[in-house]
Design a protein around this ligand. Structure first.
Ligand SMILES: *[C@@H]1O[C@H](CO)[C@@H](O)[C@H](O)[C@H]1NC(C)=O
Ligand SMILES: *[C@@H]1O[C@H](CO)[C@@H](O)[C@H](O)[C@H]1NC(C)=O
Ligand SMILES: *[C@@H]1O[C@H](CO)[C@@H](O)[C@H](O)[C@H]1NC(C)=O
Ligand SMILES: *[C@@H]1O[C@H](CO)[C@@H](O)[C@H](O)[C@H]1NC(C)=O
Length: 276
C-alpha cells in the first residue's frame, strides 16, 4: 500500500474515532437510596426511593453512552445493589448489580460507583436486587435512544413512558417472613397496581384528593402522590408507548380505553414465586 493511501486511511480512521468519542457521552448520576414515607395508592407506607423520589429517576442515554451511577446507601440497616435489567454489561460484569453474585451488597453509609456502557437502544428498567427491595419500590426506567444518525423504523410525534408495578401494604420484611414460614403464609394479590408509581387502592379514600364532584371518584386529578398519571396527547398524533413492568408477582395486561384514553392495568396470571 502506498504511503499516501496509508496516510489517508489513518486519517479516516482517526476521524471515525474522534466522531465516535464525540458522540458517546458519559452520563453521571449521584444517587442516595433511602426509605421515604410515601402514598403510592393514597395509603401512606414506607417506600424505598432514590434522591427523595419514588419511583427512582429515569435514566436517559444514547446507545454507546457510558452510565455512571455513584450510589450511596442511606438505608441505615440493610445493604443494597441495583441491577440494570436487560443491559448486557459487556466487559463490566461487576456492574451487573446482583448481590453475592457480581458484587457484595453496598453497606449502609457506603458508596459504590456503577459504570457501564449501554450498547443497544431500547426500553429498560433498573431495580434493587438484594432481598425483596424491588417490591419495596426500588426501581425506575432506563431508556436508551438510537445512536446519532440512526433512524427508528417507524415515525412518531412523541413518546410516553409507563412503568408498571404491584404494591403491597405489608412491608417486604413482613412478606418475606410469611413466605419463608412453616406453614407458609401466602401474601395474596397486591393491594394495588401502580402506573409510574401511582395507583388507587380505595376509591373513597382517593376521592378526597379529587377537585371536582363531576369527575368519577377514581378518575381524580391533582398533584398528590397517588393522583393518576395524566398523559398529555394531541389528536391525530402518533405516540410511542415505552412500557416496562417491574412487578414482583402479577403478569399484567395493559388496555387503552379509546374514548377517553384511560389506561387500565390488571393482572392476568399469578405466578407462585416471588422473583426479584
Ligand atoms: C390473604 O388472604 C386471606 C383470605 O382473605 C387472609 O386470611 C390472609 O390473612 C391474607 N394474608 C395476608 C398476608 O394478608
Ligand atoms: C375506603 O375508605 C373509606 C373512607 O375512608 C372507608 O370508609 C372504607 O372502609 C375504605 N375501604 C377499604 C376497603 O379500606
Ligand atoms: C384543582 O384545580 C386547580 C385549578 O384547575 C389546580 O390548580 C389544582 O392543582 C387542583 N388541585 C387538585 C388537588 O386537584
Ligand atoms: C384528524 O384526522 C382526521 C382524518 O384524517 C381529520 O378529519 C381531522 O380533521 C383531523 N383533526 C385534527 C384536529 O387535525
Amino acid at each position: 500500500m502506498g504511503s499516501l493511501k496509508l496516510a489517508l486511511l489513518c486519517g479516516v480512521l482517526l476521524c471515525l474515532l474522534v466522531q465516535v468519542s464525540l458522540a458517546a457521552k458519559v452520563r453521571h448520576h449521584k444517587w442516595a437510596v433511602e426509605y421515604l414515607f410515601w402514598s403510592p395508592d393514597c395509603v401512606e407506607h414506607v417506600v424505598m426511593g432514590i434522591n427523595g423520589q419514588f419511583p427512582g429517576p429515569t435514566i436517559r442515554a444514547t446507545a454507546g453512552d457510558t452510565i455512571v451511577v455513584e450510589l450511596t446507601n442511606k438505608l441505615n440497616t440493610e445493604g443494597v445493589v441495583i441491577h440494570w435489567h436487560g443491559i448486557r454489561q459487556l466487559g463490566t460484569p461487576w456492574a451487573d448489580g446482583t448481590a453475592s453474585i457480581s458484587q457484595c451488597a453496598i453497606n449502609p453509609g457506603d458508596t459504590f460507583i456503577y459504570r457501564f456502557k449501554v450498547d443497544r437502544p431500547g426500553t429498560y428498567f433498573y431495580h434493587g436486587h438484594y432481598g425483596m427491595q424491588r417490591s419495596a419500590g426500588l426501581y425506575g426506567s432506563l431508556i436508551v435512544d438510537l445512536a446519532e444518525g440512526k433512524k427508528e423504523p417507524f415515525h412518531y410525534d412523541g413518546e410516553l413512558n409507563l412503568l408498571l408495578s404491584d404494591w403491597w401494604h405489608q412491608s417486604v420484611h413482613e412478606q418475606e417472613v410469611g413466605l419463608s414460614s412453616n406453614p407458609f403464609r401466602w401474601i395474596n394479590e397486591s393491594q394495588s397496581l401502580l402506573i409510574n408509581g401511582r395507583g388507587q387502592y380505595n376509591c373513597s379514600l382517593a376521592a378526597k384528593y379529587s377537585n371536582s364532584s363531576s369527575v368519577p371518584e377514581c378518575k381524580l386529578r391533582g398533584s398528590e402522590q397517588c393522583a393518576p398519571q395524566i398523559l398529555h396527547v394531541e389528536r391525530n398524533k402518533t405516540y410511542r408507548l415505552r412500557i416496562a413492568s417491574t412487578t414482583a408477582l402479577a403478569s399484567l395486561n395493559l388496555a387503552i380505553g379509546v374514548k377517553f384514553l384511560f389506561l387500565f392495568v390488571y393482572p392476568v396470571l399469578k405466578i407462585a414465586q416471588m422473583e426479584n
